[in-house]
Design a protein around this ligand. Structure first.
Ligand code: NOJ
Length: 764
């Protein structure tokens, strides 16, 4: 929950600050040691600690990283992942600098270090915080063994615009689900003791509002009204902080016309003053220097001043602090106390990580830990639990494993190792470890079945980005028009001579991530045409989607009997898909976003407000004349291989005083004949109040596993955390004595309904 008592003073309008000084962190054993060290440091050494230097020459520099470290001009290094290279630089810092201060090595360990897990959006679809904690603790173990101390994750940006390519890195559209997942990730990365050899410091990013970029265009400005900011975009950050996230990263974009990296409202008013954050803030890469590019800072010196005084402790990669902070202090434009306050939490984090005692990676141990076989098991489990079954007409899935059958695995992603994970979000991953869907089906069915695959179509991006050059993809169009027709025909012929067709379609890995937004949600390339041609063969067709955002699958949703959303599922994704298709595992994931019918519906999210003509009103069923305004699939939706009955929604007391807890229970029973898992979801609606409230809001969920015939009663509790909201009018958090609806069910269209009333405390 956001900090209710102080947040009331922190409306978006209340930003009148004088010269901002970063508040000194309170004393604890780490800060006490940091204080003592600080006393011995020169100004140059302090500024060095505020600077993070690229370990690879991504942003051109006249000096090598090693020279920078030797000169004391680096407190941290990013983008290295090889333990030998890390140790080499660490040795320079520890053995050759005057005060022997170790470096913190930071890297984007987003969905795995070497063992690659499903993309974060997929993991959110598991609705399983315990699984997510396990995944990120496994990633942390590999990273820390290799000398990484700090991950630039979790990304907790809410997004309601799937055109935005970075949707893959977050948990979708909902602040309640997003907060639960933010907490799980922080716990997974950090554990309870950062000095353990298997934990890394987490970084909640990108603070804040990056997911609301205009038009879904990466880096573009976000304009977020105050109530949306507090009620939707900030809660997952606060959840990460409460779970102990030691660092935050400022966002690239302008938030309400002020860049995230110089945004005092965010970095001071919210983060430090209201929430009491005591860790440190790192800028996003180059974003301190880029304050000039934004047309915000006059020059680089002004940029350094404005970022530091807004609350950015560490400059990631732009070297603007290195070049200008000394001068600002010498000219007396910047008190040295501001520098000291910025350095302290960085030094304290180094003590907390135990770096002064254990600065080096054990390279032999790293070789044993990284990519260990039991890590692959976690990756497979995560991919299974992330998958969402979108359609299963006549219970056609799971498929029969009987021998003698022929299976065609068709589509541009059927046999592509690179596209089963996000290359962009996994600098250190190794795509040669990935098992494709075609390989996995072949392995599962063995010699008894004929499994053939054909791409049918090829995919390519029209405008490649800088990252495509870095990661060597996406493939350029290699086929001539004649070849394209031949490959298309080959795939359709293969379908015609097979018993079952598994279509594996969606997006290239390079079609999402940073700088990879798009204008449509259409299936890229000629995939729809291929799907239609394959469906016309009359064979039984299953569609497996590999993607990082909802795509326009309206045609498939009406014509392809079985659709499994597998996302970019990671290195074990092919095996997980094979397990799910052939019934060795059952799907139980749920959508962490509302699935639009087309890009024209964006933004589309379930927690919208009622209008004066709600969808339920006669003759006002749609806001569009050319499409229903309802989604293709609702938030929280997903099928399984068994059936569940959710019943008996009970609210213990129909009236509860404001400040009390509303206790709710609901029964869930497996009424089918297979074991399975259901995610039971609880939604509320406040019927009237100081502000119009969303038509529904998720306020509880539980993923439960049930044998056939088994029944469980699930308890939920609705207290202040769930019932409060930020009133933009009153500039504070409020809980109101009003009537509420409550629903329980298997998705956000749940119909099982009850009500309760909050009454004023005095009326008790
Ligand atoms: C830029 C991205 O926005 C950020 O998320 C990432 O952590 C940094 N680059 C470092 O790689």
């Amino acid at each position: 929950m956001l900090h209710r008592s102080l947040a009331g003073k922190a409306g978006l309008c209340a930003i009148a600050l004088s010269l901002p000084l970063l508040p000194a962190p309170p004393a604890n054993p780490h800060t006490t040691k940091a204080q003592a060290l600080l006393q011995r440091m020169t100004l140059e050494e302090k500024i060095g600690q505020l600077s993070q230097i690229g370990g690879i020459n991504f942003i051109p520099d006249a000096l090598t990283p090693e020279q920078r470290v030797r000169l004391g001009q680096a407190g941290s290094i990013l983008w290295l992942s090889d333990p030998a290279a890390i140790n080499k630089l660490q040795r320079v810092a520890v053995e050759e600098t005057r005060l022997h201060i170790p470096l913190i090595f930071g890297l984007d360990v987003i969905h795995g270090f070497k063992t690659i897990f499903p993309i974060p959006l997929a993991m959110a679809a598991s609705w399983d915080p315990a699984l997510i904690e396990k995944v990120q603790s496994t990633a942390a173990r590999e990273a820390r063994a290799s000398g990484i101390h700090w991950t630039f994750a979790p990304m907790v940006d809410i997004t309601r615009d799937p055109r935005w390519g970075r949707m893959i890195e977050g948990a979708g559209e909902d602040p309640f689900l997003g907060s639960a997942i933010a907490r799980a990730q922080v716990r997974g990365f950090q554990g309870s003791d950062l000095s353990s050899p298997d934990r890394v410091l987490a970084c909640a990013k990108h603070f804040a509002g990056y997911g609301a970029a205009d038009g879904g265009r990466d880096y573009d400005s976000s304009y977020i009204p105050e109530d949306q900011m507090w009620n939707v975009y900030l809660p997952p950050f606060h959840a990460a902080l409460q779970a102990g996230a030691g660092t935050f990263m400022s966002a690239y974009m302008d938030l309400n016309d002020v860049p995230g990296t110089a945004n005092r409202f965010l970095l001071q008013t919210v983060l430090r003053k209201t929430w009491g954050f005591q860790g440190f803030v790192v800028s996003d890469a180059n974003s301190v220097g880029d304050l000039t590019t934004h047309g915000f800072a006059r020059d680089k010196r002004d940029a350094a001043y404005r970022a530091l005084t807004a609350g950015v402790n560490m400059d990631m990669a732009s070297r603007t602090y290195l070049d200008h902070l000394g001068e600002l202090v010498k000219q007396r434009r910047l008190p040295v106390s501001v520098i000291d306050n910025a350095v302290l939490p960085i030094l304290a984090a180094k003590y907390q990580l135990g770096l002064f005692e254990h600065p080096y990676a054990d390279e032999a141990l790293a070789r044993q830990i990284v990519g260990a076989a039991d890590h692959a098991k976690v990756a497979r489990e995560a991919a299974v639990r992330s998958a969402v079954l979108l359609r299963n007409e006549r219970q056609l899935l799971p498929l029969d494993k009987r021998a003698g059958r022929s299976i065609a695995v068709i589509g541009p992603l059927a046999d592509s190792q690179r596209d089963l994970y996000s290359m962009w979000a996994s600098f250190s991953g190794d795509f040669t470890k990935v098992t494709t869907v075609a390989q996995a089906i072949r392995a599962k069915l063995g010699a008894g079945a004929r499994v053939e695959s054909a791409p049918g179509v090829e995919l390519r991006k029209i405008y490649p980005s800088m990252f495509d050059r870095m990661f060597g993809g996406p493939p350029k169009s290699a086929w001539t028009p004649e070849q394209a027709d031949t490959e298309f025909k080959k795939a359709v012929d293969l379908a015609s001579r097979s018993d079952v067709v598994v279509l594996v379609m969606g997006e290239l890995s390079a079609m999402n991530g940073e700088s990879a937004s798009q204008t449509t949600l259409d299936l890229p390339g000629r995939q729809l045409e291929l799907m239609q041609a394959v469906a016309a063969t009359g064979k039984f067709v299953v569609l497996v989607l590999i993607n990082g955002r909802p795509l326009d699958i309206s045609w498939a949703a009406g014509h392809i009997p079985a659709i499994l959303e597998a996302w970019h599922p990671g290195q074990e994704g092919g095996n997980a898909v094979a397990d799910l298709l052939f019934g060795d595992a059952a799907p139980g994931g749920k959508l962490p976003f509302t699935w639009p019918r087309s890009a024209g519906q964006i933004p589309l999210y379930y927690a919208h407000n009622l209008t004066h003509q709600p969808d339920s009103a006669k003759d006002f069923g749609s806001r569009y004349w050319d499409s229903p305004s309802s989604p293709l699939y609702p938030f929280g939706y997903g099928l399984g291989y068994t059936r569940f009955a959710i019943s008996n929604l009970r609210v213990r007391a129909a009236q509860v005083p404001v400040g009390g807890k509303v206790e709710v229970t609901v029964d869930v029973e497996n009424t089918g004949s297979r074991a399975g898992e259901e995610v039971v979801q609880l939604y509320i609606h406040q019927q009237a109040g100081a502000a119009s409230r969303p038509v529904r809001q998720l306020k509880g969920f539980a993923r439960v596993s049930l044998q056939p015939g088994e029944k469980k009663t699930l308890p939920f509790s609705l207290g202040n955390d769930e019932l409060t909201y930020w009133s933009a009018e009153q500039k504070k958090w409020i809980v109101e004595a009003e009537n509420f609806d409550v629903w329980a069910g298997a998705d956000s269209n749940a119909t099982l309904h009850s009500t309760f009333r909050l009454i004023p405390p005095a009326a008790r």
